[in-house]
Structures are given as structure tokens and as C-alpha cells.
Design a binder for this molecule. Structure first.
Ligand code: AMP
Ligand code: MG
Length: 491
């Protein structure tokens, strides 16, 4: 037989699966096969994500790929399992959650020697489903799919989404909807809550095994140091802080920052009722189920630290409390440094100077006062003059006063307009996944099985910083009807 070492199909369907998580003790997971979906259809597939597994279009449009996506075909070598975890949900500890509808198939090592874990979300009941049905609805699957790939294109760490399979099987939420399965990719799906569960159960041996597993797989730089666990915690704390700085800078609101939705790798994980900031409002709550506004935009940085504190607490059997506190103390500096750098870049400032923080906070104050669209404003500011940005402000004189300060700040570093505008366009996206854009794609998919808008949005959002003249309307502020879109935990 001819050797085909680069042939990806060999890996995915010919025993190419490994599953290092399945080598951990049985207490870490439950083995469970996906529940098949009758007559599945391909909703969409991301070629960019497929490339991570070296899959070409012929393979991703094959029958067996669709069957794998739908949970109807378990590829040889895969060892499907549901991971155990706990978590703090809206501040309250829930001792057992676990993958109630997600099933880890296993891992594929690609041609670049990267290891990707494949997880089906919505693949049916697991021992952790509690009273729920193990399914995901098409609507929420489309949102997670598009946003994962959009965040990646924005340069924000995230789980990836390979594709969606849909079926006519009804799934009951507030109204009957239909089932879909999302294939999610990440180097690891371990969450803060994966540690919390063993801490709460006082299973310190398991806690240590999990930490060793994660360090060995994902934080090799910590290995062999006398304080490996502490170094690991510092790294997670700093990654989380930097991730949330990126969310704040782009105006992303996660919506459900429970500790079970916090990736140990500092990835954006579990897209539910997320939203991108439109009319700027620091108190914006994107999740209609979040009555208290615990996860409001302006709270995200604090919640990130609170969540890291829960992780640190869970690691106290491995790291003494004083060192845990020292690791947590790194959060604020990491956040502020990253956030300041990102906001400077949004303003096109090449150097850091005194007073930059107030220049930024005063601008955000103006945006809040005027309810200016966050994405549109920064993109307008990236254009040839500040006129386009000025036009977005109701109170022109207040903006003019700020613009005068901005101009002298630019002069202080002898900023070149052409260079600066190019740099600003590369960091201030023109296109983000606004709720109404997703909603149009969802309605076409739900009502007509027309998935073309999903593909159109995917292609658009894979290049968020490019001018795409045919898609000007996709960069516009939300239409009036968008006010009626309510995204909640229901998914
Ligand atoms: P989430 O709010 O999506 O992060 O989910 C919180 C917990 O509820 C996790 O343990 C999920 O696996 C579980 N869960 C959410 N939806 C379902 C569902 N439809 N069926 C089973 N478990 C679910
Ligand atoms: Mg979750």
C-alpha cells in the first residue's frame, strides 16, 4: 500500500485518535457514546478549522464526516466520554455539573504535531445530564459556531468550531426547536471547575493527577521546577487576565462567566448568551437571565479575578495559601498592562505616555454619554480624519475637546497619519458578530433550512479587519427590531 503520511483522513477515520484524558482514572469522566441523530444534514463547516485537522473539503463534505459530526459514527480509536466538573454558577457552588451534553471523542495530532481535542456539543444525554435532554438547539449552535471562528479571526484565544450537523428532531425549550450538534476543537476542554470538583470532594490525589496532566500536556515550561504548581497557577491567572483584557477592548460580553465556563488554557469557552457591545454602556448586561448583572461588561475583569480565586482555592492542597495569594496578585497587573496596550493600539498610539489612561477613560466616558456604537466609533477613528468619528457624537464640542487632546498626544510621538490609520484598521474590526446578524442567519436556517447566510457570515467574520465593500450593511448599527432579540441561558 502506498504510504500517505500527510493524508489526514487516515488520522481521523483510520485509528488516528488518541485520548490522553481517557488514561486518567475513571473518576475523571464517564464513558458514553453519542446518541445518534436521525437523518442529519450538514449545516456548515469551517474550512479554517478543518485545516487544523488537515481535512480537505472533499472529506468535510463526505457522508462519514457528517455522520461523525451528528454523533452517528464514532471513528475508530475514539473513546467518547463526558468529563466531570463542578463550578460556581452565578456565585453559588454547584458540587456536580460535568458534560451534560458534550461528548469528548478524543484527540488528533495534526501534521504540525499540534494536538486537538474533538468534542461534540449536543450529542445526547450523559450521566451528567441531570434533568436536561443532552441536546443543543440549532439557534445556539449557530451562535457558538460563528462566534468561535469570529473570535479567532479577531486574534482572541478561543475554542474553535469545525462544523454543525442539524436534524429535524424536535428539542423543547421555550418553544419547540430542532436539534443540532457542534463539533468543537480545543487543545483541552479542562475548566476551572474540573479542579473544583476534586477539591470539594477532598480527593486530593485526583486533584494532583489533574494538575500533573494539565501541566504535562499544556504547561511544559512549568515542569521540573520546584514550584511547578505555583508557576502553573500564575500562568493561568495571567492568561485569564489577558483574555479578559481582550474581551474588554473588543467589547465582547461573555454572559455566563461561571467557573465551569472558564478554560484552564485561558480560552474563550462556552458561548451562550454572549454579545458584542453596540451602544457603549459599561453596565451592559448581554444575558437576559442575569437579573443582577453579575456578568455585566464592566464586571468582567473583577469576575475573572474572582474565578481565578476559586481555582486558587481548589489548588490549596498543592500550593500553600500565601503562594496562591501571590499568584492571584499577578492578575491586576497583567490585566491592566494588556488592556492599556490594546487601548493604545486602538487609538493608534505607538508609545506609552503618561496620561494615556485618562485619554482612554475620558473617551469611553464620552461614548457612554452618547451611547455611541463601540465598534463603529473605533473604526471611524481609524479613517483619514476624525470627522467620521465626530459625526457619531451628539455633543460635538465635548468630542472636539477630546480630539484636541488626542491630536496633541499624537503630535507628541510624531505620529504619521497614514501609518497610524493602517495600524488602527488592523486592530479595530469593521465587522463583529452582532446579535441581529446572527439572528438573520438563524431564522433562515430554522425556517427554510437555508444555511447560506451562516456561510456568508462566517466568510465575512474570518476577515473582520478588511474592508468588504459588498457587505457595508453588515457593519451598520443594529436595526430597531434588534431590540427585541433576547439572548438567555436557554440553549
Ligand atoms: P452551560 O450553562 O451551558 O455552561 O451549562 C451548565 C451545565 O448544564 C453544564 O454541566 C452543561 O453540560 C449542562 N447543560 C446545559 N444544557 C444542557 C442540556 N440541554 N442537557 C444536558 N445538560 C445540559
Ligand atoms: Mg458550560
Amino acid at each position: 500500500m502506498p504510504a500517505t503520511p500527510q493524508n489526514s483522513n487516515m488520522r481521523l477515520f483510520d485509528n488516528g485518535f488518541d485520548n490522553r484524558f481517557a488514561r486518567l482514572p475513571p473518576a475523571f469522566y464517564r464513558r458514553i457514546d453519542p446518541t445518534p441523530l436521525a437523518a442529519p444534514y450538514l449545516v456548515s463547516v469551517s474550512n479554517d478549522a478543518a485545516a487544523l485537522l488537515d481535512l480537505d473539503a472533499a472529506e468535510t463534505h463526505s457522508e462519514r464526516f457528517l455522520n461523525m459530526l451528528a454523533g452517528n459514527l464514532v471513528p475508530p480509536g475514539a473513546e467518547p466520554l463526558a468529563m466531570l466538573y463542578a463550578g460556581h454558577q452565578f456565585g453559588t457552588f454547584v458540587p456536580q455539573l460535568g458534560d451534560g451534553r458534550a461528548i469528548l471523542l478524543g484527540e488528533i495530532v495534526n501534521a504540525k504535531r499540534e494536538r486537538w481535542t474533538l468534542q461534540l456539543k449536543g450529542a445526547g444525554e450523559t450521566p451528567f445530564s441531570r434533568t436536561a435532554d443532552g441536546r443543543a438547539v440549532l439557534r445556539s449552535t449557530i451562535r457558538e459556531y460563528l462566534c468561535s471562528e469570529a473570535m479567532h479571526a479577531l486574534g482572541i484565544p478561543t475554542t474553535r468550531a469545525l462544523g454543525i450537523a442539524g436534524a429535524d428532531e424536535p428539542v423543547y425549550r421555550e418553544t419547540p426547536e430542532t436539534a443540532a450538534v457542534l463539533l468543537r476543537l480545543a487543545p483541552s476542554h479542562v475548566r476551572f471547575g474540573s479542579f473544583e470538583v476534586f477539591y470539594a470532594r477532598q480527593q486530593h490525589e485526583n486533584l494532583k493527577l489533574l494538575a500533573d496532566h494539565v501541566i504535562e500536556e499544556h504547561f511544559p515550561q512549568c515542569l521540573g521546577t520546584p514550584d511547578a504548581y505555583e508557576q502553573f497557577l500564575i500562568e493561568v491567572v495571567e492568561r485569564t487576565a489577558r483574555l479578559i483584557a481582550q474581551w474588554q477592548a473588543v467589547g465582547f460580553c461573555h454572559g455566563v462567566m461561571n467557573t465551569d465556563n472558564m478554560s484552564i488554557l485561558g480560552l474563550t469557552l462556552d458561548y451562550g448568551p454572549f454579545g458584542f457591545m453596540e451602544a457603549f454602556n459599561p453596565g451592559h448586561i448581554c444575558n437576559h437571565s442575569d437579573d443582577q448583572g453579575r456578568y455585566a461588561y464592566e464586571n468582567q475583569p473583577y469576575i475573572g479575578l474572582w474565578n481565578c480565586s476559586r481555582l486558587a482555592q481548589a489548588l490549596t492542597p498543592l500550593i500553600d495559601a500565601e503562594k496562591c495569594n501571590a499568584a492571584l496578585a499577578r492578575y491586576e497587573g497583567a490585566f491592566l498592562e494588556k488592556h492599556a496596550a490594546l487601548m493604545r493600539a486602538k487609538l493608534g498610539l505607538a508609545q506609552a505616555m503618561e496620561g494615556d489612561d485618562t485619554l482612554v477613560s475620558d473617551l469611553l466616558g464620552l461614548l457612554a454619554e452618547h451611547g455611541t456604537d463601540y465598534t463603529i466609533f473605533f473604526r471611524a477613528l481609524s479613517r483619514d480624519s476624525t470627522d467620521a468619528a465626530r459625526d457619531l457624537m451628539a455633543n460635538r464640542s465635548a468630542f472636539d475637546a477630546w480630539a484636541t487632546r488626542y491630536a496633541s498626544r499624537l503630535a507628541a510621538e510624531s505620529s504619521n497619519d497614514t501609518d497610524r490609520h493602517a495600524r488602527m484598521k488592523a486592530v479595530n474590526p469593521k465587522y463583529v458578530l452582532r446579535n441581529h446578524l446572527a439572528q438573520v442567519a438563524i431564522e433562515k436556517a430554522e425556517q427554510h433550512k437555508d444555511f447560506s447566510e451562516i456561510d456568508r457570515l462566517l466568510a465575512l467574520l474570518q476577515h473582520p479587519f478588511d474592508e468588504q465593500p459588498d457587505f457595508e450593511t453588515y457593519a451598520a448599527p443594529p436595526p430597531d427590531w434588534a431590540k427585541d432579540i433576547a439572548v438567555s441561558c436557554s440553549s
